[in-house]
Design a protein around this ligand. Structure first.
Ligand SMILES: Cc1ncc(COP(=O)(O)O)c(C=O)c1O
Length: 398
């Protein structure tokens, strides 16, 4: 009996050769995935908050929740993004999602038909690329500098597409502590990017999931805060300040998109049980908790930068990010790190490979390292191990 017996019944966008794969076991040193620090996950406080929340609102769990998510939680999101990101919206324009991953899915579902084009930074979040790919989108990458997407290149890309009869469906940007490069967009740059999106009347998707993790530099308001815009859809996440396991994030959508997003949203927000525990925790502790996280991640960033400096010297290019969770390392152009990844895994350490973040060009001379998860001691040992692998493979001379 063929296991493809019912494939002809599936929707067109289901990949025909799908197979179930178990994730590979995590090696001792995992610098590939952006896990936050388990020692700073506030288990005790969340437990207490859940208890309080259930006492106050537990009986309401018998009802189906509001399709956009609990009003009080949306109000908390509104206050948070008004205070930190300058975005002035009411809870009616907020949708609570199961993390930015779901937000990316919904937004892609809203805009993308197979063959459509999405413009983004030339290197971008792998998870978003996979979703875009699944919906059949083509990527058009825009060159970056230390502030992220370069406006001039964005405009040239839009003109180039227009000249070949293509109107991209949206511009996807991660302005703050970009994944994977770690760039931080200034407010002036944000205004320029918005102005270009409006000049060409293209929706702009601002993924701001690292905005809370700033250790240095000036915090500038989000693109979605700029007055008069109705083409920006914004997403944020609690994965980076609480934990990915909670699955909580949000979308802010202008009226131009909101009803349509709700039409593609299955109407089932994330578990109200989880929302309640996060709500009660965040109401009391958000500011202090985020400040502690930033201090801790700053220390981890410095530790990893120091360890790389010690063990890899100046043979790799690296920029110290002002926040977020990633270091982006560049090896000489002729190096291909793909064959090194299984060797490193065998020895107990993994990294994110450049190509998995690339919208087009081969980028296997880049790697992304996350400094969020391991403690300082393990960070140093893991980086030393990785440097030894590179050395043994002839990638580092000294
Ligand atoms: C830029 C970006 N967007 C979205 C996500 C997904 O995060 P979440 O856990 O909120 O789904 C990530 C995760 O690393 C990310 O880096």
């Amino acid at each position: 009996m063929s296991d493809k017996k019912y494939n002809s019944f599936f929707a067109n966008n289901v990949p025909q050769n799908s197979v179930l794969t178990e994730p590979l076991p995590r090696p001792k040193y995992d610098f590939a995935v952006a896990f936050p620090d388990p020692d700073h996950f506030p288990i005790g406080d969340l437990h207490e908050s859940l208890g309080e929340a259930l006492k106050d609102q537990g009986r309401d769990l018998v009802f189906y929740p509001h399709p956009q998510g609990l009003l009080e939680f949306r109000e908390l999101v509104c206050k948070k993004i008004k205070d930190n990101r300058g975005i002035d919206v009411g809870p009616q324009n907020v949708i609570i999602t199961a993390g930015s991953g779901q937000s990316i899915n919904l937004i892609t579902q809203l805009f993308i038909n197979p063959g459509d084009t999405i413009v983004s930074e030339q290197f971008t979040y792998t998870g978003a690329l996979r979703v875009f790919e699944r919906f059949g989108a083509k990527m058009a990458g825009v060159e970056m500098d230390e502030e992220g997407m370069i406006p001039e290149f964005l405009e040239n890309k839009l003109i180039e597409l227009k000249n070949s009869g293509v109107t991209p469906k949206f511009i996807y940007t991660i302005p703050t502590f970009q994944n994977p490069v770690g760039t931080d967009m200034s407010f002036d740059r944000k205004k320029e990017i918005l102005a270009i999106s409006q000049k060409y009347q293209i929706p702009l998707f601002e993924d701001d999931c690292y905005a809370d993790l700033r250790f240095e530099g000036e915090n500038s308001p989000a693109i979605a805060s700029l007055n008069g815009q109705d083409n920006v859809v914004y997403s944020g996440s609690f994965s980076k300040i609480l934990a990915p396991g909670l699955r909580l994030g949000w979308i802010v959508a202008p009226d131009t998109f909101l009803p349509y997003l709700m039409a593609v949203n299955p109407g089932t927000p994330p578990s109200q049980f989880t929302i309640l525990s996060a709500l009660y925790f965040l109401k009391k502790n958000m500011e202090e908790h985020v400040a502690n996280l930033c201090n801790m991640f700053r220390g981890k960033r410095d530790c990893m930068l120091g360890a790389i400096g010690e063990s890899m010297g100046s043979e790799v290019e690296i920029i110290a990010p002002k926040g977020g969770l990633y270091l982006w390392l560049k090896f000489p152009d002729d190096i291909d790190l793909e064959p090194i990844l299984p060797i490193a895994r065998e020895k107990g350490v993994i990294f994110g490979l450049g190509n998995t973040f690339s919208t087009g060009k081969k980028a296997n001379n880049y790697i992304r390292l996350c400094y969020g998860y391991h403690n300082l001691e393990d960070t140093v040992s893991g980086i030393e191990l990785l440097a030894n692998v590179f050395r043994e493979q002839g990638l580092l001379k000294s």
